[in-house]
Structures are given as C-alpha cells and as structure tokens.
Design a protein around this ligand. Structure first.
Ligand SMILES: [Zn+2]
Length: 108
C-alpha cells in the first residue's frame, strides 16, 4: 500500500494519510486529496486574499512582460482578471494585450 500521493510542496514520497488529510513529514504540509474539487488550489494575492474571476487587482511591483519590452508599472490597476489552471497565475488584459501575471505580485 504505497498509493499515497507525493507531497505537492516538496515532492516527498514519505507521505501518509491520517484519516482526514494527507500529511508530509518532510516539510510538514497537510492537504486534502479530494480529486473531485481543487478547492485547495485557490489563487491568492500577495496578502493571502482569495482571487476570483472578474476581480480587480493592483500590481505591487514593476513587472517585465516576457517576450516584449513592455513593463507593467507598480500601481497599475488590472480589471477583470481570469483564473487559470495554475493557482499562481491569472490571465488579464492590459492595454489590449493578454498577459499572464503571477498572483504573488498582485494585491486586491
Ligand atoms: Zn512535503
């Protein structure tokens, strides 16, 4: 019975199930491996506030846009973000361009 999932944080295989949560003894994280819902993958901004489709956020750091010379200035307001499959990234439009932003550089 080594059917436990690897740790989502440190990829350790020493995980175990305590009846409610999976636990990783190596990094101490606990998670719920309910496959039907990815609720533990909620995107959060730099303050830990949950982000949702359509939220407006502010950029907290000058960000270079990959593959272009564009820089998104700190303080730029971004309207109507869209969540992606990656909880660390959101889609948005700035000046008509579709851009992916890291949630850790955003503030609601
Ligand atoms: Zn771990």
């Amino acid at each position: 019975m080594s059917e436990f999932p690897t740790c989502p944080i440190c990829n350790s295989e020493n995980t175990y199930f305590d009846g409610t949560l999976y636990i990783c003894p190596d990094c101490g994280c606990e998670w719920n491996n309910d496959n039907s819902a990815d609720n533990d993958q909620t995107p959060k901004d730099s303050n830990g506030a949950e982000l949702a489709d359509g939220d407006s956020v502010t950029v907290i750091k000058d960000l270079k846009v990959k593959g272009s010379s564009m820089v998104i200035k700190r303080g730029t307001k971004v309207k109507s973000i869209r969540l992606t499959d990656n909880p660390e990234e959101v889609d948005c439009k700035i000046d008509g361009s579709s851009i992916v932003l890291k949630t850790c550089f955003l503030k609601k």
